[in-house]
Design a protein around this ligand. Structure first.
Ligand code: 0WD
Length: 257
């Protein structure tokens, strides 16, 4: 069944129209899903509401502030969602952060604080959110997170974020194992480089994009829409046998040695 009509999905991490989370939101919306948006602070709340207003057709989206560094906020957010909609069918975790000055030069110089911040926001948050969302997925569900090649192999400048993505990938697999018996699947999409707010923080991002154009099998970068459609597949019943998996949506770049 390709339609997501009658289903509700939480999308975390829309910062602006370039956000990968926004590409995911649009694909799920086009498939008929109801959307629930969460954002880190009111600074992003207005932008998220304005974007959601641009979605065509029936718009019954809901909005919640949720800073994923705060356990109380996470628990409260999902309690509020449960009170407002009851059941959810999936969740897209599209959140990451590292200090800009640690996304350049050598990984060797990573500070303890910078290491912990990157892992706190970019990796641990998936586990905290999955735990809080579990009671709402009483009909089964699909959780997806966003990862990057820099967690599998060394990508210049990605540094501490690469180490956090490796931790995120492993967390995804352990969560898939824990939640499978509740018919909740957990997967990651490994996206190729896309120009977003977060990508601005990565040193020499233009060079990374240029390498994709020169060496990736498809010879072009991927779009938010392409990531969104893979998220749609992972949220739909088409992927019902898939869990604990990393799907690369990267023009095939990861196979090139
Ligand atoms: O090339 C890229 N852009 C790639 C990104 C390639 C492969 C993976 N990714 C990943 C990122 O690492 C991240 O996990 O995709 C995910 C989404 O990133 P994005 O779309 O590139 O970046 P951006 O548009 O800046 O969104 C990041 C979100 C923001 O959204 P909200 O609405 O929450 O403000 O992460 C959010 C950030 O604010 N964020 C937080 N959200 C909640 N609590 C927090 C926090 N403490 N910190 C950052």
């Amino acid at each position: 069944n390709l339609s997501l009509e009658g289903r509700t999905y939480v999308v975390m991490g829309v910062a602006n129209k370039r956000s990968i989370a926004w590409g995911i939101a649009r694909s799920l919306h086009e498939a008929g899903a109801r959307l629930i948006f969460t954002y880190a602070s009111e600074r992003f709340g207005k932008a998220v509401r304005e974007l959601a207003d641009t979605l065509e057709g029936e718009n019954n989206s809901l909005f919640y502030e949720c800073d994923v560094t705060n356990d109380e906020a996470i628990i409260q957010t999902f309690e509020n969602i449960q009170n407002d909609v009851g059941v959810i069918h999936g969740l897209a975790h599209c959140i990451a952060f590292a200090n800009r000055d640690e996304l350049k030069d050598e990984f060797l110089n990573t500070s303890r604080d910078g290491f912990l911040t990157a892992h706190n926001i970019s990796s641990y948050s998936l586990t905290a959110v999955a735990r809080a969302a579990k009671p709402l997925m009483s009909e089964g569900g699909s959780i997806i997170t966003m990862t990057y090649l820099g967690g599998e192999q060394v990508v210049q400048n990605y540094n501490v974020m690469g180490v956090a993505k490796a931790s995120l990938d492993a967390s995804m697999k352990y969560l898939a194992n824990d939640l499978g018996k509740h018919n909740i699947r957990v997967n990651a999409i490994s996206a190729g480089p896309i120009r977003t707010l977060s990508a601005k923080g990565v040193g020499d991002f233009n060079q990374i994009l240029q390498e994709i154009e020169e060496r990736a099998p498809l010879r072009r970068p991927v779009t938010q829409e392409e990531v969104g459609d893979t998220a749609y597949y992972l949220m739909s019943d088409l992927s019902r046998g898939v869990t604990g998996e990393v799907i690369h949506v990267d023009s095939g770049f990861n196979i090139i040695g």
